[in-house]
Design a binder for this molecule. Sequence first.
Ligand SMILES: *[C@@H]1O[C@H](CO)[C@@H](O)[C@H](O)[C@H]1NC(C)=O
Ligand SMILES: *[C@@H]1O[C@H](CO)[C@@H](O)[C@H](O)[C@H]1NC(C)=O
Ligand SMILES: *[C@@H]1O[C@H](CO)[C@@H](O)[C@H](O)[C@H]1NC(C)=O
Ligand SMILES: *[C@@H]1O[C@H](CO)[C@@H](O)[C@H](O)[C@H]1NC(C)=O
Ligand SMILES: *[C@@H]1O[C@H](CO)[C@@H](O)[C@H](O)[C@H]1NC(C)=O
Ligand SMILES: *[C@@H]1O[C@H](CO)[C@@H](O)[C@H](O)[C@H]1NC(C)=O
Length: 502
Amino acid sequence: MTSLWLFLLILLPLLGEADGAWNQRQIRKKIHQLREIQNFKSFYSRIGLPKGAPSYVPPVEGFLTQPLDHFNRRNNATYKQRYWVNEEFWQRPGGPVFLYIGGESSESEYSVLAGEHVELAQKHRALLVSLEHRYYGASINPDGLTLEAIRFLSSQQALADLASFHLFISQKYNLTRNNTWICFGGSYPGSLSAWFRLKFPHLVYAAVASSAPVRAELDFTDYNKVVAQSLSDAVIGGSAKCLDRVRESFRVVDSVLQTGNVTQLEKDFFSCAPLHGPDDYTEFVSNLADIFMGAVQYNMESAGCDVRKICQSMISAKSAYEGLRIVNSMHIEFIGLKCVENSHEETLSDLRNTELSPTGVGERQWYYQTCTEFGYYQTCEVSSCPFSPLLTLNSQLDLCTQVFQIPTTSVRQSVQFTNEFYGADHPKSSRIIFVNGDVDPWHALSVLKNESRSEIAIFINGTAHCANMGPSRPTDPLSLQKAREEIADKISSWLQSAQLAV
Ligand SMILES: *[C@@H]1O[C@H](CO)[C@@H](O)[C@H](O)[C@H]1NC(C)=O
Ligand SMILES: *[C@@H]1O[C@H](CO)[C@@H](O)[C@H](O)[C@H]1NC(C)=O
Ligand SMILES: *[C@@H]1O[C@H](CO)[C@@H](O)[C@H](O)[C@H]1NC(C)=O
Ligand SMILES: *[C@@H]1O[C@H](CO)[C@@H](O)[C@H](O)[C@H]1NC(C)=O
Ligand SMILES: *[C@@H]1O[C@H](CO)[C@@H](O)[C@H](O)[C@H]1NC(C)=O
Ligand SMILES: *[C@@H]1O[C@H](CO)[C@@H](O)[C@H](O)[C@H]1NC(C)=O
C-alpha cells in the first residue's frame, strides 16, 4: 500500500486552466492531487488490492511519432506523443473506442483507469485510449519551450494529432468503421472534445464536453461575476452577507495598499518577501482573489477550502479584514505552504523558464495558448466584481508582450479568429453533450442550452468544474447523479444508432 501511495505522489499531474497567478497554481496542484487520489481509490476498489484481479491487464503506455507541424509537410521535424491504452473491457473486435483527450498538463495512466468515461467503457465494453496534449507532460521535444519551438503549439495542431492518433490506433488494433469512437474531455480538453467531433465527424461519432469554455474571450469579466453569484448561493453555503464581507475586505486591502502600512499587510498575509511597487501589489491581491476563485471553481472537491467553509470564516470574523486574514491562513495550511509568493519578477521568470517539467501544468505553454488563441483573462474591472480592481486586463496582456513578444492587437485578433474558426458557443455540429455546473465560473463560456436535437446541454444545479468527470461516488448530489444518468442514456442510444447505421 505504501509503495502505491508513493507511486501516486510521483504522478502528480495537474488540471484546470487559469492565469499566471502563483496561488492559483498551488490550488490547481492540490486539486489535482485530490483528484488523482480519488481516481486511485476508485481504480483499486474495482481491481482489488494488492495485486489486482486475475483478468486485469495493466494499461499500455506508448509513444507515437507525430509531425511537429501537421500543416506543412515540408517541415520534417517530429516529436513523440505519449498515449495509453486499456483493453480490460474491450469486446473484440467490434466494441466501441472511448478516447480521453488530454489538456494543459501531464496525463497519467489514470486517464484510462478511472472516471466517468471508464465506467461507461465498462458498461459498453469499449477500448479505452487517451492521448496527452502536445507540448505538455512527456509529449514535447527537449527544446520545445523556446520561442522558436513553441510556435507549433495550438488547438488546431492538437486536433490534427488526434486525427493521426485515430489512424495509429485503428491500424494497431485492426479497427474498422464498425468500431464507434466517442471522445471525452473536461475544461480545455472539453472544448477539444467538442471540436474533434465538429471538425472530424467522420472519425468520432459523438462527444462529451465537460465544463468546456468553447467561446474564447479576451476579457473574461463574467468569470468573477459567477464567482460572486456562487459566494452568495445558499445551495452551496454562500450568502449575500458573505459576498458583502468579501467585497469589503478587498476594499480595505486596496486602501491599505494605497495609503496605509504595507508592511503590516505583508505580515498579516504571510508574504514570502516584501512587496516592491505596483506590480507586486497586483500579484498580492491576485493571490488573495485566487483563494475565492479556487474555492468556487473546485467547490466540494476539497473539504479544506470550499465556499461553505470560507463563507463561515468571513462572516464569523470580527471584521472583514480579519475574515480575509483567517481565510488566507486556512488556505496556506490547506495547501501546505509557509508563505505566499507575491513577486511579479518571480512570475515573469517562471513564465520565461524554458526548462521542461515532465509533470504538472505547463504554465508557460498554457499562457502562450491564452495569448495566441483564447484570452480567458479573469479580470476585475467592473463593479460587480468583489475583488480588487488592480486585476486589470492590461496587467495580463502585458505578460503576452513581456514573455512572448505578442502584442495586444494580435491577442485580440487571435481570440476573434478562434471563435470564427470553431463557432464559439454556437458550434454547428451534432451528437455532442455539453455538461456544466452552475457554480463553475467557466460555464459562462460554454453551451448552456440545447443547440439542436443532438447538441445537448446539461446544466447541473450546485456543482463546480468538471464534477461529472470523476468516478461516481455515493456522496454525489442528486442533480449530479441525474446528470450522469442522462449522459449514460445518451451514450447508450447513440451507440445503438451507430450500430444500426453500420
Ligand atoms: C529533414 O530535412 C532536411 C532537409 O530539408 C534534411 O537535411 C534532414 O536530414 C531531414 N531530417 C530527417 C529526420 O529526415
Ligand atoms: C491485427 O491483424 C493482424 C493480421 O491479421 C494480426 O497479426 C494482429 O495480431 C492483429 N492485431 C490485433 C491487436 O488484433
Ligand atoms: C461490420 O460488421 C458487420 C456485421 O458484423 C460485418 O458484416 C462487416 O463486414 C463489418 N464491416 C467492416 C468494415 O469490418
Ligand atoms: C507597520 O507595520 C509594521 C508591522 O506590524 C510595524 O512594525 C510598523 O511599526 C508599522 N509602521 C507604521 C508606520 O505604523
Ligand atoms: C435538451 O435535449 C434533451 C435531450 O434531447 C431533452 O431531454 C431536454 O428536455 C432538452 N432541454 C431543453 C431545455 O429543451
Ligand atoms: C437547486 O437546488 C436547490 C436545492 O438543493 C433548490 O432549492 C433550487 O431551487 C435549485 N435551483 C434550480 C435552478 O433548480
